[in-house]
Design a protein around this ligand. Structure first.
Ligand code: AMP
Length: 222
């Protein structure tokens, strides 16, 4: 299955992508996680993208697409993947189609996780991530079973951190960019018959996953 997860910042793409990847035995490819790792390791790419990441703006399309292109060539992508946070602009969506076409492949589905803006702000300022294994928690909606400071994933126990771009000011900027630059790709996938919308409303991550999983299972049965 080749799956794209769409949705604004804080829509739960990372959480749902991680679960889908486990369920279907395919890699979870997050451009955001890749870029954060480059920042932390202070690589040359990390230094080039720091200014974009810190202000909540998008890393330039060309750079982002190069990263995705080389990741999709890895052998673990032959059975499919979950793309989380990519594409994020119309040019990226078009380039992804070209990359796939060159390999004789197509996307199976684009799932859009819909959450109102005010909910996003509440969620993101309470978000904590485990840098060791990538698991995402929310102190309000999905807290770890421990004291709120450590990851409770079996065999992990990493110290939870707040992402540098989860401050309210940066979150507002990310939401603005989402509406301006990323939202148009919803129409792009709708026109291609690939779009499935999952309205989250007041649903928790488990209930959202039930819906997301049902969409993907129904496609794999056809
Ligand atoms: P995320 O973890 O998906 O919320 O991404 C965190 C940050 O990484 C974003 O605010 C952007 O600065 C950058 N980023 C991640 N994915 C992309 C992308 N597809 N295009 C451009 N920038 C991206």
């Amino acid at each position: 299955m080749r799956i794209v997860l769409l949705g604004g910042p804080g829509a739960g793409k990372g959480t749902q992508a991680m679960r889908l990847a486990e369920e279907f035995g395919i890699p979870h490819i997050s451009t955001g996680a890749y870029f954060r790792d480059q920042l932390e390791r202070e690589t040359e790419l990390g230094e080039r993208i720091r200014v974009f990441m810190d202000t909540g703006s998008l890393v330039p399309d060309e750079l982002t697409c190069e990263v995705v292109e080389s990741r999709l060539k890895e052998p673990d992508c032959v059975r499919g993947y979950v793309l989380d946070g990519f594409p994020r602009s119309l040019p990226q969506a078009r380039i992804l189609d070209q990359l796939l076409a060159a390999r004789g492949e197509t996307l199976d589905v684009a799932i859009d996780l819909e959450v109102p803006d005010e909910e996003i702000i509440a969620r993101l300022t309470a978000r904590r991530t485990c840098p060791a294994c990538g698991k995402i928690f929310n102190l309000k909606f999905d807290p770890p079973t421990s004291d709120g400071k450590r990851c409770d994933r079996t065999g992990c126990d990493g110290s939870l951190v707040t992402r540098a771009d989860d401050t309210e000011e940066t979150v507002r900027e990310r939401i603005r960019i989402y509406h301006q630059t990323t939202e148009p790709i919803i129409k792009y996938y709708k026109e291609r018959g690939l779009l499935h919308i999952v309205v989250e409303g007041a649903l928790g991550p488990d209930e959202v996953f039930d819906k997301v999983e049902e969409v993907v299972h129904s496609l794999s049965r056809t």
